[in-house]
Design a protein around this ligand. Structure first.
Ligand code: HEC
Length: 131
């Protein structure tokens, strides 16, 4: 008796959570991770030899080994960004033999979108801090 009731509760909670997710997904802009080529490169989805997230954290929010690349109070122009990634600096490895300039610019484009949308949770949409 007790057990059955318990399972029923769980299913109801799951169904509710599912619909909340659905509704949330429709109304809010989500982080453009899976379908943005830059985000795919950053997370090693596209290329297993490029995994920026291992140092810079998921969504570029910063990790134990590297500074955050989004919402860090900094802006970095495309040229220095490309140079930084091509050449590396200090503990940051160079990617000139692995990534093309276009791929690096794609990462920059994705990071800009993440910055605008906020990290981790769904943001308020690009119109808030459009860039
Ligand atoms: C092995 C760890 C590691 C990996 C992998 C890595 N980085 Fe870094 N990155 C760092 C470190 C450490 C720094 C800080 C370097 C310094 O200033 O001395 C840094 C700095 C940067 C900066 C400059 C940040 C600033 O505030 O000036 C950018 C941009 C950057 N990384 C982008 C990337 C991108 C894009 C990738 C993937 C293609 C990547 N990094 C992969 C460790 C890493």
């Amino acid at each position: 008796m007790m057990r059955k009731k318990h399972i029923g509760m769980n299913v109801r909670v799951l169904v509710a959570a599912f619909f909340l997710l659905l509704v949330g997904g429709c109304e809010k802009k989500t982080i453009p991770l899976p379908d943005h080529p830059g985000g795919q490169i950053f997370h090693g989805i596209k290329r297993s030899d490029v995994r920026c997230y291992r140092c810079h954290g998921p969504l570029g929010a910063g990790g134990p080994n590297a500074p955050p690349l989004v919402n860090n109070g900094k802006t970095i122009a495309h040229d220095p960004f490309v140079q930084m990634v091509l050449n590396g600096r200090g503990q940051m490895p160079p990617f000139q033999s692995v990534l093309t300039e276009d791929e690096i610019l794609s990462i920059a484009d994705w990071l800009e979108k993440v910055s605008v949308l906020g990290t981790g949770t769904a943001g308020d949409g690009p119109e808030k801090g459009s860039k």
